[in-house]
Design a protein around this ligand. Structure first.
Ligand code: PLP
Length: 424
């Protein structure tokens, strides 16, 4: 195959691809795999029942099913869904938004590819001056691996190490190093996942406000990846206010509600950005898929999605987070470990300072025992040249899979970390 530079970049080893391959290979090998690695949400029966009922209603309503499968939506996606969502955001959050502030994409992952490349990369200088390059700044590192290869020209991401605050009781929290952030030049956009995958961190309201002010002062948007956040799927365990203004690009998704197969991403931004995303969609895919929004419109319009988030999704993960932390804390008593305080999403981020083996070796030992986690070094996109030892001291553990497998997997993690911390 004779590939272009673009082709070579997309097909070369990417962190996201190798992780997906690894998970696929392990699953194909069969055996009793304890999958504490992937990003799949839990299969929650009460949520599935809601989706089943909605899908049946869609199929029975005159013409609705035919429209959902038989016509292209606008390039910005289903307008009925956008109107319903704008309504809920006005009512619940008091935001000044209409359907013209909302575009849909085929999963929010595609939204990041569009947004990063709309804003960052080589651009013509002002008044025909010299060309220059701008970058997406990830102010908190570790950060979501999916950003790593979303920039289609090299060097589009830059990241700053998070600060670390010890909270006692084996817990810690990452924070934004604002001095480091302020020192970055050539910012095209600032992007942060809130709650954060892989750490379960929720950037504080104050940090978010400060990041918004920095972005605005630089003439750059603030991209907030709200894939796990409020108002839905609402996997946030403490107090945190969602925020939006005309310089914020809020990305949401139906995936973590339990619908990743429907590939529905949602972007809430000013009208100019929404029009740009419509233009990108038209080229990438003509129009985003219709089935996800068709299924979800009534859920959103009626507000049932908020009850689902509050009464089913959030408590499901909050309870698991607590149980998983207890198991690790008790099992690893006497070992030098820290856990990021689980504030949202469905991952535990285990930090093992001074462990005699790297996280990559621990990953292999766990894999040999049929336990799949994700080794932490993958979650530092934009910080590639940085020799921070922290990168090799952490693993991400998902607690979304079937609980009995999670429990057994955590037991094996405890055994292997203990063995390593005792010099084995
Ligand atoms: C933080 C974060 N953002 C975005 C995504 C992408 O989700 P989707 O493309 O399914 O909407 C994920 C998926 O795991 C994620 O964890």
């Amino acid at each position: 195959m004779n590939l272009s530079a673009f082709g070579q970049r997309l097909t070369s080893e990417s962190g996201t691809r190798s992780l997906m391959d690894d998970l696929g290979a392990i699953a194909a090998a069969g055996g009793d795999i304890m999958n504490l690695g992937g990003g799949n949400p839990s299969l929650i029966p009460a949520a599935e029942m809601v989706f089943r009922v909605r899908l049946q209603a869609l199929m029975q309503r005159d013409g609705a099913f035919e429209r959902a499968i038989g016509t292209y939506d606008a390039p910005e996606g289903d307008r009925d869904f956008a109107r319903a969502l704008a309504g809920i955001l006005r009512r619940e959050q008091g935001w000044d938004v209409s359907e013209r502030n909302i575009a849909l994409t085929n999963g929010s992952q595609s939204a990041f590819i569009a947004l990063f490349n709309l804003f960052a990369g080589p651009r013509a200088g002002e008044d025909g001056g010299e060309r220059r390059s701008t970058r997406i700044l990830l102010p908190l590192s570790p950060e979501y691996i999916g950003y790593a290869d979303a920039g289609l020209s090299p060097g589009m991401l830059t990241a700053r190490r998070s600060t670390i605050t010890d909270l006692g009781d084996r817990l810690f929290k990452y924070g934004v190093d604002f001095e480091g952030v302020e020192a970055v030049e050539d910012i095209a956009a600032i992007c942060v996942s809130r709650p954060t995958n892989p750490t379960g961190n929720v950037v504080t309201d104050e940090e978010l406000t400060r990041l918004g002010a920095i972005a605005r002062a630089r003439g750059a948007p603030l991209i907030v990846d709200n894939a796990y956040g409020l108002p839905f799927p609402g996997i946030v365990f403490g107090e945190a206010a969602p925020a939006w203004d005309d310089n914020t690009i809020l990305c949401m998704s139906l995936s973590k509600l339990g619908l990743p197969g429907l590939r529905t991403g949602i972007v809430i931004a000013n009208e100019e950005i929404i029009a740009a995303l419509g233009a990108v969609n038209a080229i990438f895919c003509l129009a985003p898929g219709s089935l996800g929004p068709a299924l979800a419109t009534d859920l959103v319009e009626s507000g049932e999605v908020l009850a689902l988030a509050r009464n089913v999704i959030r408590p499901h993960y909050a309870e698991r987070a607590e149980r998983a932390v207890d198991l690790l804390r008790e099992g690893l008593d006497g070992c030098e470990i820290r856990i990021h305080r689980p504030e949202g999403a469905f991952f535990l981020w285990l930090w093992m300072p001074g462990l005699p083996i790297t996280n990559a070796v621990l990953y292999e030992r766990l894999k040999a025992r049929n336990v799949v986690v994700v080794s932490g070094q993958h979650f530092f996109p934009g910080l590639e040249d940085d020799d921070w030892p922290h990168k090799h001291e952490c693993i991400r553990i998902s607690y979304a899979d079937d609980w009995s497998r999670i429990e057994r997997g955590l037991g094996i993690i405890v055994e292997e970390v203990r063995r390593a911390c005792n010099g084995g």
